[in-house]
Design a protein around this ligand. Structure first.
Ligand SMILES: *Cc1c(COP(=O)(O)O)cnc(C)c1O
Length: 402
């Protein structure tokens, strides 16, 4: 069903886009796996013939299960429309490649998801797109980076892996004056914590693989935006580049999204308990969690986030100490998995050494490197707090911290 606007997020998460089957009465949606659809009225053979009300024709052009998830995501983000992709990276590529052309300029947060940072730095310039990386907490630097041909400003908040925040309202104000669009990777926040469109962001991007799916069993991505921007991205990036979300994954992700609001409450509660415990641990030299008063941007977090999410970063001293603890985690954890990814019901932890990330993903220097190191030092553990009992997570961490 398509719910009307007055419903609240927990209700929207459960019901929006989940139609009972009118033929069988099945209360929950089935998975529509068919790749083609019976055409019952005149239809063209090009994706350009598709209108908003065109019935389903072919699975790469549209699918009822994916469509249901898109309506749920748009309703949760408070945007007119949403579009799903095979992965978060496919969603990000769609924004870059459908909105930027040769001769355009992109400003991107100097720290962003590693794959996004590498795509912007290594691939976009090959297509004639100019790219400038800016520390988005330095608004003067952002203003100075703006050029006549700046078309897009891309931010991520809280940023992976630093948990540094970006003031969305301030960035949008600067970008609007320059006539540039703003996109925001909101994967760490989820629509339960932050709805970037409320602050003026034009395109909200998610890796659905993380909190929105929530169970670590499906990869997917999404862009939430105005109907006009979504229809531009749809023909070029979904239909022609072809990175569609499979209906099976859409079904798993929609099932996960139904419990997103209650899971985010539990992630936050657990993360606050673990982060507070880590702060008092003698071997832990720094803890970064937006919900702690010690977070350098706690005020901004309180203004911009309705939920502090479940991601923690912490340090245990230098590289040698970090590597030793990482090694103990690989064999010593009983509950937490030493693994990449995040936002699952299972807790996940991974060591991220600063020097290594500078060589591969970020390549920061000078002030930007200093700003990175102010958060991460020589390296951080990225800890994605799951839904286990926090007492068991604390015991697990205590066992490996030594
Ligand atoms: C995982 C992640 C991505 C990439 O998403 P995939 O689904 O793995 O392609 C992008 N941004 C952030 C913040 C992420 O955590």
């Amino acid at each position: 069903m398509t719910l009307k606007n007055q419903f609240l997020p927990r209700t929207i998460a459960v019901h929006e886009g989940d139609e009972p089957d009118p033929n069988t009465g099945e209360a929950g949606p089935s998975i529509g796996m068919s790749s083609t659809f019976m055409v019952r009225e005149k239809a063209g053979f090009s994706a350009h013939d598709l209108g908003a009300d065109t019935p389903f024709v072919y699975g790469r052009w549209g699918n009822p299960t994916v469509d249901g998830l898109q309506r749920k995501l748009a309703a949760l983000e408070g945007t007119e429309a949403a579009l799903c992709f095979a992965s978060g990276m496919a969603a990000m590529s769609a924004i870059f490649f459908s909105l930027l052309s040769a001769g355009d300029h992109l400003i991107i947060s100097d720290v962003s998801y590693a794959g996004v940072a590498e795509l912007a730095r290594d691939t976009l310039p090959r297509f004639g797109i100019e790219v400038t990386a800016v520390d988005m907490t330095d608004l003067d630097a952002l203003e100075k980076a703006i050029r006549k041909n700046t078309r897009l400003v891309h931010v991520e908040t809280p940023v992976n892996p630093l948990l540094r925040l970006t003031d969305l309202e301030a960035v949008c104000r600067i970008a609007r004056v320059a006539g540039a669009l703003v996109s925001c990777d909101s994967t760490f926040a989820t629509p339960i914590a932050t709805r970037p469109a409320q602050f003026g962001v034009d395109l909200v991007m998610h890796s659905l693989t993380k909190y929105i799916c929530g169970h670590g069993d499906a990869i997917g991505g999404a862009v939430c935006a105005s109907a006009e921007l979504i229809s531009r991205i749809n023909v070029e990036s979904v239909i022609h580049h072809g990175g569609v979300l499979s209906p099976f994954n859409a079904w798993l992700i929609a099932r996960g999204a139904g419990t997103l609001p209650v899971r985010m409450r539990a992630h936050e509660e657990n993360a606050l308990a673990v982060a507070s415990w880590l702060e008092d641990h003698p071997k832990v030299t720094k803890v970064l969690y937006p919900g702690l008063e010690s977070h350098p941007q706690h005020d901004l977090a309180t203004r911009q986030m309705d939920n502090f999410s479940g991601m923690i970063a912490f340090q245990v001293g230098g590289v040698a100490q970090g590597e030793a603890v990482a090694e103990r985690m690989m064999t010593g954890f009983e509950v937490i998995h030493y693994a990449v990814s995040l936002g699952h019901h299972r807790s996940l932890c991974f060591w991220m050494e600063t020097a290594g990330l500078m060589q591969t993903s970020f390549r920061l220097e000078g002030k930007q490197l200093e700003s990175y190191r102010a958060f991460a030092g020589d390296g951080i553990f990225r800890l994605s707090i799951g839904l286990e009992d926090p007492a068991d997570l604390i015991r697990d961490l205590d066992g490996v911290l030594g």
